[in-house]
Design a protein around this ligand. Structure first.
Ligand SMILES: [Zn+2]
Length: 530
């Protein structure tokens, strides 16, 4: 038996004996074995595919403490409880934890024994936490929901930007596991770059969810769409999930459907009640605040009363249906005006003078409150400007805001503006890809999978366009193929996602998704292969 085979067998044994999992999927065994051998891992598996088992097994195989960074506090608590119930040591540390939890975590990390410390990302801003980590004997560092590190991702969390430097600061570098349920190719690359992954094993499986039937119903009038959402939900045989755009919309649909609503404006107790109700088999109307960490197999439908601003988000949300492998439906009720609104939200650019004022005010390390007083800007507005100035290399965001380099405030502001402009361009292009999905007459699944970098060619036979006989066979362009890197004279480097006779879809590194007319690209030689 070679090393890897032996490690996989050991992974299966740990899963059974120590953690009580009946069976390990090949992807789980592969990732756990690679981590146990000290190799970095980028794991992209759909929600519910057992990503947590991977690091649990690896940590036990390594016999050392593991640190797990995750933004989902409720989920951290559940996982820690489950591990403790198995007789393992697990501590959660977040903004709500007291001194005792911190001390317990520090003791576990310095003991070098098997155990789990679940950290909320904002804890990494604390110098004391960073110092304890750097000295510790941690051999496994886990970044859950790793797509949150992608600054152009749909779920960006600035706290995640610190992870790379935290990993670098370890005396002896641990194996790093980056886990996520969704990541288009550029997001994968950004995760690997920002975490500084070394030759990572990429375990990417099961992107296609053939059990979910895809459909879009298009409307012109808001009232028609609302009625269709209600009718659609009422005619579904099982129970499921309805996504609404705003808190008000969620409340109003919930009242009409006589089910519970879930959104960020509810009290914690009400949210918990709604989630419990859902986990017991009820239908729920929610905003995008709902979903991460849900563990229910028999969700039979996901109906969108409003489309999200990106396919990444859409795919993650519909992926919550049919996890038991039985048929489910994803129905998107769509008005093109809904995306107009998204585009508006994605379009605000920072004010040049505000950027200059902040860059100028940071002439020494300052607290954020002091900075807000000095500049007269609200904390929320200030946070956005600081992220841009950090990306522009003008400040460093630690516990205090520190000046970085000695750049001129005007220049720093211009760089930050340029970065904001690129972000906006990418955001808008994401919205356009969502629009394309909603309005297309071709196979929707093929388009979705290609968006995520899967080179499928056949039509799926399980979407509304395939049902109606509208999907077309793919004709190679003879020009470029999906997966190839290309350069455009204006937009720079990019990745070909889709190549059809009439149109090419390219994801440009700096400008986002662009669609190009194939005959024009061909005639004018607009793209060169890299
Ligand atoms: Zn199809």
């Amino acid at each position: 038996m070679d090393g890897e085979t032996a490690l996989r067998a050991r992974a299966g044994q740990i899963a059974r004996d120590d953690l009580g999992y009946a069976k390990l999927r090949p992807a789980q065994a592969e990732a756990a074995a690679a981590l146990a051998a000290g190799q970095d891992c980028l794991v992209i598996l759909p929600s519910g595919a057992g990503k947590s088992a991977i690091y649990q097994i690896a940590a036990i195989a390594l016999g050392t403490p593991a640190v797990v960074v995750s933004p989902l506090l409720a989920l951290q608590r559940d996982q820690a409880d489950a591990l403790r119930a198995r007789g393992l040591t697990a501590v959660t540390v977040n903004a709500l934890s007291g001194r005792r939890a911190r001390d317990e975590a520090a003791a576990l990390l310095s003991s070098g024994e098997t155990g789990f410390v679940f950290l909320a990302p904002e804890q990494l801003a604390r110098e004391d936490v960073r110092a304890i980590l750097a000295r510790s004997g941690v051999r496994l560092f886990v970044v859950d929901e790793a797509h949150c590190i992608a600054s152009w991702g749909h779920d960006f969390r600035p706290d995640y930007l610190r992870l790379g430097s935290v990993i670098d600061a370890f005396g002896e570098r641990p194996a790093v596991a980056a886990l996520t349920a969704t990541a288009a190719p550029p997001v994968r690359q950004e995760i690997a770059d920002r975490l500084g992954l070394r030759d990572p094993r990429q375990v990417i499986r099961d992107f296609d969810r053939p059990e979910i039937h895809l459909a879009v119903r298009q409307f012109h009038r808001a009232g028609d769409k609302q009625q269709a959402v209600l009718d659609t939900v009422r005619e579904q045989p099982g129970s499921g999930l309805v996504y609404a755009a705003t808190r008000n919309e969620a409340e109003s649909y919930a009242a009409l459907l006589k089910v519970r609503a879930y959104h960020g404006g509810l009290s914690r107790a009400d949210r918990a009640r709604a989630q419990e109700d859902f986990e017991r088999g009820g239908t729920i109307v929610a905003t995008s605040a709902f979903g991460m960490g849900i563990d229910r197999g028999d969700v039979r439908f996901v109906v969108h009363a409003a489309v999200p601003g990106a396919l990444d988000e859409y795919y993650q949300e519909i992926g919550r249906s049919g996890r038991d492998g039985k048929p489910a439906v994803a129905i998107c009720c769509y008005r093109s005006e809904d995306l107009g609104l998204r585009r508006y939200f994605a379009s605000s650019l920072p004010d040049h003078d505000d950027l200059v004022a902040v860059a100028r005010a940071v002439d020494q390390p300052l607290g954020r409150r002091e900075l807000a007083t000095r500049t007269g800007l609200s904390p929320g507005h200030l946070a956005g400007l600081l992220n841009l100035l950090e990306a522009a290399g003008a400040v460093r965001l630690r516990r205090q805001v520190e000046p970085a380099g000695d750049s001129d405030p005007q220049e720093a502001a211009s760089r930050a503006e340029q970065i904001a402009g690129q972000h906006r361009s990418v955001e808008r292009s994401r919205v356009e890809m969502m629009r394309r999905y909603a309005e297309m007459t071709d196979c929707r699944r093929r388009f979705l999978l290609r968006y995520f970098g899967e080179p499928v060619s056949g039509a799926c036979g399980a979407c509304d366009n395939c049902d109606a006989g509208r999907s077309q066979p793919l004709v190679p362009t003879g020009l470029v193929s999906p997966g190839e890197r290309v350069t455009h004279h204006e937009w720079g480097a990019g990745l070909v996602l889709d190549a059809e006779a009439d149109r090419l879809t390219v994801l440009f590194d700096d400008y986002g998704y662009r669609e190009l007319a194939t005959p024009i690209v061909s005639d004018r030689h607009l793209l060169t292969l890299q």
